[in-house]
Design a protein around this ligand. Structure first.
Ligand SMILES: *[C@@H]1O[C@H](CO)[C@@H](O)[C@H](O)[C@H]1NC(C)=O
Ligand SMILES: *[C@@H]1O[C@H](CO)[C@@H](O)[C@H](O)[C@H]1NC(C)=O
Ligand SMILES: *[C@@H]1O[C@H](CO)[C@@H](O)[C@H](O)[C@H]1NC(C)=O
Ligand SMILES: *[C@@H]1O[C@H](CO)[C@@H](O)[C@H](O)[C@H]1NC(C)=O
Ligand SMILES: *[C@@H]1O[C@H](CO)[C@@H](O)[C@H](O)[C@H]1NC(C)=O
Ligand SMILES: *[C@@H]1O[C@H](CO)[C@@H](O)[C@H](O)[C@H]1NC(C)=O
Length: 490
C-alpha cells in the first residue's frame, strides 16, 4: 500500500528528526456501528448460528419410566439430530450493560431413533422395539447479552448471559406400540426441551468465544507500506448508546523502527466525537485531521519530501536559455546551461479540515541549480507557500485524494545572481506546480489510505462528511462469503 496524505513527497534525502509524537491514549480515529450496522451483523450471526446447528447431534436421552398397564420400561432416544431451524424474528439492542441479541419464535425440527425394552412376569423374554420419531420444537426464545470492552488495546467480547426457553414440543412417531406416544411425551418432553436449550446455549457460548479470539487476533497495526502503519490500538472505553456502539482508536501513522523525540504538536483537548450518528448507514469512521498530519509527518521523516526535478513537460525551462527573458543575468552568466530544480519541503504539509473543505498547505524551498560539467551550482532559492484543496473520495476500502492548487505565494530567499523579478517568475512556477508537482502528488494520493475495515468486508455507498478538523466516512458494508476466517467462528 502506498502512502496517502503525502503531499509533495518526493524521494531523495534528508536527515530524520521531525516530529514523531506519541500522545498517550488519545483517540484520533473513531468507529461507530449504527443500529443498521448492528442489524447487519445480527443477520449474519443468526444465519451462521442456524447453519452451525443443522446436523448437530444431541446427546442420547435414556430413562426408565413406569407406563400404566405395561410396567417399567427402559426408553432410549438416540441419534437426535436437528435438521431444520427457523428464526422468524431477532433483534439486537445495545445498552449500558452490553449488547443484547434476542431471537423469538424459533422453531427446530429434530429426528431421532427411539428404542424401548421391558420384561413382564407374563412373558419370560424381554420385549423390545425401535423406530424413528420426528420432534418439532416451537416458540423457542433465545437471548444472549454480550459484554464488549477494551482490554489492553484489543476488543474483548464476553458472554454475560445466555439462555433459551422452549415453549412447545410435538412428537410424531413412526411405528411403536399404542402406549408409546404418551409414554414418550410424559417421560421426555421436558428432557428434549432442555437438551435442545443446552445444545443451543453451548453452541452460542462456543461461537462467542471464537468471535472473541477472532477480535483479539485483529492486528493493532494496519500496514500502509513496508515502513509505515496505522496504529489501530483501541483506546478508552467502548461507548454503548441505545442505538450504536462506538470505538476509539489511536489512528496515527507510525514509522517502523524509528523512535524520535516526542513532540506534542498535536495535543488536543477536544474529545473525538462520533460523526454519522444520525446516518442510516451501517458504519461511521471519523478521522481527526491529526491522522493526516501524522501521515504527513511520517513521510516527511521518511525522506519523501525532497525532489530533484530534471525532467518536465516543457524541458526548455530546464535550460538557462528558457529563462533568458525572465532572468537575463542567469543566461548571461551561464549561457545554454542545463538546470535542475531542487525542491525541498521545509516542514510536513499541514492538513486542515473545515466543514467546507479539506485543505493542505505546503512550505517549500525551490533551489535553482545550474549544471556545469560535473558541478551543480545553486544560483538562487525561492521559498514557496502553496495552498491546495483536497478532493477526497472512497475507492474500495481506501480513502483517496486529489489536490487542486488554490493559491501560492513566493519570495526570494537568496540569490547569487542578483535580484530576480518575481512577477516574471511567478507564472513559470505556477506552471511547474500544475504540470509537475500536482500530477506527481495526485498519482500518489490516488493509491490512498487503507481504512481499517475487517478483511472480507467492503464499503458500499460511502459518503464523506467534513466537519471542523475532522472527516467522516459514513458507509454501508457488504460481506464477501469468501471470508473463511470470519465465517469460522460460531
Ligand atoms: C499505538 O497507540 C497506543 C494507544 O495510544 C499507544 O499506547 C502505543 O504506544 C502506540 N504504538 C505505537 C507503535 O506508536
Ligand atoms: C441418524 O440420523 C441421521 C439423520 O437423521 C440418519 O441419516 C442416520 O441414518 C441415523 N443413524 C442411525 C444409526 O439411525
Ligand atoms: C418442521 O416443523 C414445523 C412445525 O414446527 C412443520 O410445520 C414443518 O413441516 C417441519 N418441517 C419439516 C421439513 O419437517
Ligand atoms: C525493523 O527492525 C527489525 C528488528 O529490530 C528488523 O527485523 C526489520 O527488518 C526492520 N525493518 C525495517 C523496515 O528496517
Ligand atoms: C440527529 O437527529 C436528531 C433528531 O432527528 C437531532 O436532534 C440531532 O441534532 C441530530 N444530531 C446530529 C449530530 O445531527
Ligand atoms: C537540495 O536543497 C537542500 C536545501 O534546500 C539541500 O540541503 C540539499 O543538499 C540539496 N540537494 C541536492 C541534491 O542538491
Amino acid at each position: 500500500m502506498a502512502p496517502f496524505f503525502v503531499l509533495f513527497l518526493l524521494a531523495s534525502s534528508l536527515t530524520h528528526g521531525y516530529a514523531q509524537f506519541h500522545p498517550k491514549n488519545e483517540a484520533f480515529m473513531s468507529l461507530l456501528i449504527t443500529q443498521n450496522g448492528l442489524d447487519f451483523i445480527r443477520e449474519r450471526l443468526v444465519k451462521k448460528a442456524i447453519s452451525s446447528m443443522i446436523s448437530l447431534q444431541l446427546p442420547n436421552i435414556e430413562k426408565t419410566s413406569k407406563i400404566p398397564f405395561v410396567g417399567n420400561v427402559f426408553l432410549v432416544l438416540s441419534n437426535i439430530t436437528i435438521y431444520r431451524m427457523g428464526v422468524p424474528s431477532s433483534h439486537v439492542k445495545p445498552a449500558e450493560t452490553g449488547i443484547s441479541i434476542t431471537a423469538s419464535g424459533v422453531t427446530c425440527n429434530l429426528s431421532m431413533n427411539w428404542y424401548y425394552s421391558y420384561s413382564t412376569w407374563l412373558v419370560p423374554v424381554e420385549i423390545s422395539d425401535k423406530g424413528r420419531a420426528e420432534v418439532q420444537v416451537e416458540g423457542m426464545e433465545v437471548g444472549l447479552t454480550l459484554g464488549l470492552e477494551n482490554q489492553e488495546g484489543s476488543l474483548k467480547l464476553k458472554l454475560k448471559d445466555c439462555g433459551s426457553n422452549v415453549k412447545d414440543i410435538s412428537i410424531k412417531l413412526d411405528g411403536g406400540a399404542s402406549w408409546l406416544y404418551q409414554g414418550l411425551v410424559d417421560a421426555f418432553e421436558d428432557k428434549i426441551g432442555s437438551t435442545v436449550e443446552n445444545a443451543i446455549t453451548k453452541k452460542l457460548t462456543k461461537g462467542i468465544s471464537r468471535l472473541d479470539s477472532y477480535l483479539k487476533s485483529l492486528p493493532k497495526e494496519v500496514p500502509v507500506d513496508h515502513q509505515t502503519f496505522m496504529n489501530v490500538t483501541f483506546v478508552n472505553d467502548v461507548l454503548l448508546s441505545d442505538s450504536s456502539v462506538g470505538f476509539e482508536t489511536n489512528g496515527l501513522f507510525v514509522e517502523r523502527n524509528v523512535s524520535l523525540p516526542i513532540l506534542d504538536l498535536y495535543h488536543k483537548n477536544s474529545k473525538l466525537p462520533f460523526l454519522c450518528t444520525n446516518s442510516t448507514k451501517m458504519l461511521g469512521i471519523t478521522l481527526d485531521e491529526v491522522v493526516f498530519n501524522s501521515a504527513s509527518a511520517v513521510y516527511y521523516d521518511a525522506k519523501f519530501m525532497h525532489w530533484i526535478v530534471d525532467q518536465i513537460p516543457d524541458q526548455s525551462l530546464l535550460n538557462t536559455a528558457g529563462w533568458r527573458f525572465i532572468v537575463p543575468q542567469l543566461y548571461k552568466k551561464y549561457p545554454n546551461h542545463d538546470m535542475n530544480l531542487n525542491i525541498s519541503l521545509s516542514s510536513p504539509p499541514a492538513v486542515e479540515i473545515t466543514n467546507q473543505k479539506a485543505g493542505a498547505s505546503i512550505l517549500a524551498d525551490m533551489t535553482i541549480d545550474v549544471l556545469e560539467e560535473d558541478e551543480v551550482i545553486p544560483v538562487a532559492c525561492i521559498s514557496l507557500e502553496i495552498q491546495g484543496t483536497g478532493l477526497i473520495k472512497i475507492n474500495g476500502n481506501n480513502l483517496v485524494g486529489a489536490v487542486r492548487l488554490n493559491d501560492f505565494q513566493m519570495a526570494l530567499k537568496w540569490s547569487n545572481i542578483g535580484n530576480l523579478r518575481m512577477y516574471l517568475i511567478q507564472p513559470v512556477v505556477w506552471t511547474l506546480i500544475e504540470t509537475v508537482l500536482l500530477p506527481y502528488t495526485n498519482a500518489r494520493l490516488s493509491k490512498g489510505l487503507p481504512l481499517p475495515i475487517i478483511h472480507g468486508f467492503t464499503l458500499q455507498n460511502a459518503e464523506i462528511i467534513l466537519s471542523t478538523s475532522r472527516l467522516a466516512v459514513c458507509s454501508d458494508v457488504a460481506f464477501a462469503e469468501s471470508n473463511k476466517r470470519f465465517l469460522y467462528f460460531i
